[in-house]
Design a protein around this ligand. Structure first.
Ligand SMILES: CC(C)(COP(=O)(O)OP(=O)(O)OC[C@H]1O[C@@H](n2cnc3c(N)ncnc32)[C@H](O)[C@@H]1OP(=O)(O)O)[C@@H](O)C(=O)NCCC(=O)NCCS
Length: 175
């Protein structure tokens, strides 16, 4: 298997993650997002098909977007003298694994790769958190990968199409 920047790919192998919006983003929209500097997409493929893909873009977590209790919890991770109104983040814009490969640990492997990449590339631009607006069905997957919800459980209703979560990248550094 190999992970490739979509911009370096001439043709796309078949892909089906079971969700038509996520399938279509890869085939119809991802190149446009990259051209317009809106999100970069990376594709994991084997000889026959696309195994999974993700897209990344810059983000921030700000005081105004979190309930007060969760904002206080997040800020506790940061030394008092560095308390700000918002903190830099990178967002996982899209994330999907082929139905043929789901449940085999590939999603967690890719998430871990993104986290490691953001740490090794931190010399370019600082980024404290990794964020995602997850489909409700995928929240458990992100929580297994140590993401924390940015919404109180009591506020989660069936009308919500996505649930915001974050991961604190600081836990991956040694200093
Ligand atoms: C959600 C998704 C990315 C997970 O990828 P994956 O490679 O199947 O996940 P992993 O095999 O690494 O699973 C890690 C853990 O998350 C759990 N998990 C995976 N998918 C899950 C789901 N849809 N619902 C609940 N738990 C899930 C698994 O139980 C697994 O735990 P375990 O190792 O203790 O069994 C993948 O199923 C997918 O692409 N689904 C369709 C599209 C989608 O929902 N994308 C996310 C958009 S936010």
């Amino acid at each position: 298997m190999r992970l490739i920047d979509l911009d370096q790919m001439q043709t796309l192998k078949p892909f089906d993650c079971g969700d038509s919006d996520l399938n279509e983003f890869l085939t119809e929209d991802a190149r446009f997002y990259s051209e317009q500097l809106l999100a970069n997409t990376f594709v994991l493929e084997d000889e026959n098909e696309i195994v999974g893909y993700y897209s990344l873009l810059n983000d921030k977590i700000s005081q105004t977007t979190l309930p007060k209790n969760l904002w206080r919890k997040l800020r506790k991770k940061i030394p008092h003298e560095k308390h700000l109104g918002s903190y830099p983040a990178v967002k996982i814009g899209r994330f999907a694994i082929s139905k043929n490969y789901s449940g085999k640990g590939i999603g967690s492997y890719l998430i871990n790769g993104i986290m490691q990449l953001l740490i090794t590339q931190r010399g370019l631009s600082a980024c404290r958190f990794l964020t995602v607006d997850a489909y409700p069905d995928a929240v458990q997957f992100y929580e297994k990968n140590d993401f924390i919800k940015m919404i109180n459980d009591a506020d989660i209703t069936t009308e919500l199409q996505t649930i915001p979560l974050y991961y604190d990248l600081k836990q991956l550094t040694t200093n």
